[in-house]
Design a protein around this ligand. Structure first.
Ligand code: ZN
Length: 65
């Protein structure tokens, strides 16, 4: 009889990695708007909305700053 593993292997031990939120650039209305939406999402416990805002702000930073 062969030694066949019939149970799943050990779970992967992934590091907890939390990227810091991008900061709004002072004086930029678009940054302010996204930051306000992000604050609202955070206050409502909306992690998905907060993440969306972070993506939008990073794209905006890359494109416009
Ligand atoms: Zn900006």
């Amino acid at each position: 009889m062969t030694n066949v593993q019939t149970t799943p292997g050990n779970p992967l031990d992934l590091p907890v990695w939390v990227e810091p939120d991008p900061m709004p650039v002072a004086g930029c209305a678009h940054c302010d708007n996204v930051a306000m939406e992000r604050d609202r999402a955070r206050a409502n416990g909306d992690a998905s909305g907060r993440s969306d805002c972070n993506v939008r702000m990073r794209r905006h930073h890359t494109a416009d700053h």
